[in-house]
Design a protein around this ligand. Structure first.
Ligand code: SF4
Length: 81
């Protein structure tokens, strides 16, 4: 499964990173981004896809990713097949 964040709606509260730190990371710009290990899907991290990038996450992260999406106050975490 893949996941992405619409940073335009992100409030920067960091809940997703607290719940699933292997998949989400809050950067210095105050917004959350998705990650695959050390690869962070943000232009500021040298990823040219920027925020449009979708990160693949392993099945064992599914519950945490779904919980993050449900708790996200910006309702801006999207899970894709
Ligand atoms: S939980 Fe949602 S609003 Fe909060 S930092 Fe993560 S993506 Fe942004």
């Amino acid at each position: 499964m893949k996941v992405w964040i619409d940073q335009d709606l992100c409030t920067g509260d960091g809940l997703c990173e607290e719940i699933a730190p292997d998949v989400f990371v809050l950067l210095d710009d105050g917004l959350a981004y998705v990650r695959e290990g050390e690869k962070i899907f943000a232009a500021s991290e040298g990823n040219t896809e920027g925020a449009k990038g979708m990160a693949e996450f392993p099945d064992d992260q599914m519950d945490l990713v779904v919980e993050s999406a449900e708790e996200c106050p910006g309702e801006c975490i999207y899970i894709e097949p």
